[in-house]
Design a protein around this ligand. Structure first.
Ligand SMILES: *Cc1c(COP(=O)(O)O)cnc(C)c1O
Length: 361
């Protein structure tokens, strides 16, 4: 029936099929309005309902309290690398960063343009593990602590929040594992996630910010760089990514219908077990990340040689298993198994790996 293939790409990544089918309809005509979703004014009743319901669904999924604003912004996670320090790092202050991969390094480099940065811990250069709490050395009085919950490129993931000094807001880049499992938002001051991994199409970044923090930024910052602007105007100071926000709303409905975040976690654990158990037993393939630090979203592994990896990738593509090439900075093979990837896709991958192993050993 479907000509679609298994897409293990890291992002923009696959979307749930029921969502795509609904989107097909609503692009033509949403809610009997005679106008497609991408053609509606962001100031009109139809889109107003979409954004309101999307925010509410987000709040419901994670039990987000009224102490937080939920925003749908543009500029991706990358603009948050700048907005976070611009708004939360006061003159002369220091921000502490937990560096567990390429994206954390990029966040550090943007923060350094704004103020003092202290790297409280780092897994460089290999980034194949999440450092234990005992290795973290915070500065005397950090304005905030920044972490990256899932290392998309090297395939490591925090299993829980690190300990943070009392009263210091924890800021998290959750771009590649947001809503892949339950999240206790009350542990964080600010959470941001580029949508294109686990939440929807590219072009939207979800920002969840504690109300008091949204008002900290200097008032002479460019208007779009101040969180308070987006709070005041309900993510619509200028034209938002209406289509992207709509799709995210459909993904939230799908997550809810599938049983919510606990159900997502259960599915992601089952997928992870299938592939990591196979990797641990395989004489040809090795998981990149250390036990206990492994990502359930981006499974990174190597074959015995680069030649075998190239051959594997070429043959996998022919079999309808796509997007498996590792990030250019890490090499190897990466299977991204976000919420939308069903266990059947992971089974197809593991079956192919077994076959490849037999044919090439
Ligand atoms: C993909 C990714 C980013 C970059 O997101 P953009 O939306 O392209 O800016 C940042 N952080 C993490 C953890 C990512 O996976």
């Amino acid at each position: 029936m479907s000509e679609r293939i298994w897409n293990f790409g890291a992002g923009p990544a696959m979307l749930p099929e029921p969502v795509l089918k609904q989107v097909q309809k609503d692009v033509w005509d949403i809610a009997g309005s005679g106008i497609g979703i991408a053609e509606h004014s962001h100031r009109g009743k139809t889109f107003e309902k979409v954004i309101r319901e999307t925010e509410q669904a987000c709040r419901d999924l994670a039990g987000i309290s009224d102490d937080y604003h939920v925003l749908f912004l543009q500029g991706g996670a990358t603009l948050q690398f700048s907005m976070v320090p611009l708004n939360l790092l006061p003159k002369g202050g220091t921000a502490d960063y937990l560096v567990t991969g390429v994206w954390s390094e990029k966040a550090v480099s943007e923060a350094k343009k704004v103020g003092n940065v202290h790297e409280a811990v780092s897994s460089a250069p290999k980034h194949d593990r999440i450092p234990p709490a005992s290795e973290i050395k915070y500065s005397a009085n950090p304005a905030y602590v920044h972490m990256t919950t899932n290392n998309t490129i090297y395939g490591t993931q925090w299993t829980t929040e690190p300990p943070v000094p009392a009263g210091v807001p924890l800021v998290a880049d959750t771009s590649s594992d947001m809503f892949s499992r339950p999240i206790d938002v009350s542990r964080y001051g600010l959470i941001y996630a580029g949508a294109q991994k686990n939440l929807g199409p590219s072009g939207v970044v979800l920002v969840i910010i504690r109300k008091d923090l949204a008002d900290l930024g200097p008032r002479d910052l460019p208007i779009l760089l101040q969180y308070r602007t987006h709070v005041k105007d309900g993510s619509m100071h200028n034209t938002p990514n209406t289509f992207g926000i709509y799709v995210i709303g459909e993904v939230f409905k799908w997550i809810k219908a599938e049983g919510g975040l606990a159900a997502m976690a259960e599915r992601n654990e089952a997928k992870g077990k299938l592939i990591y158990d196979y990797l641990d037993a395989s004489p040809m393939f090795t998981a990149r990340a250390q036990q206990g630090s492994r990502s359930l979203m981006n499974v990174c592994f190597n074959a015995k040689s680069e030649e075998l990896e190239a051959k594997f990738l070429a043959e996998a593509t022919k079999r309808g298993l796509d997007g498996l090439k590792g990030h250019r900075s890490a090499g190897g093979i990466r299977a991204s198994t976000y919420n939308a990837m069903p266990i059947e896709g992971v089974r197809a991958l593991v079956d192919f790996m077994k076959e490849f192993e037999q044919a090439n050993s």
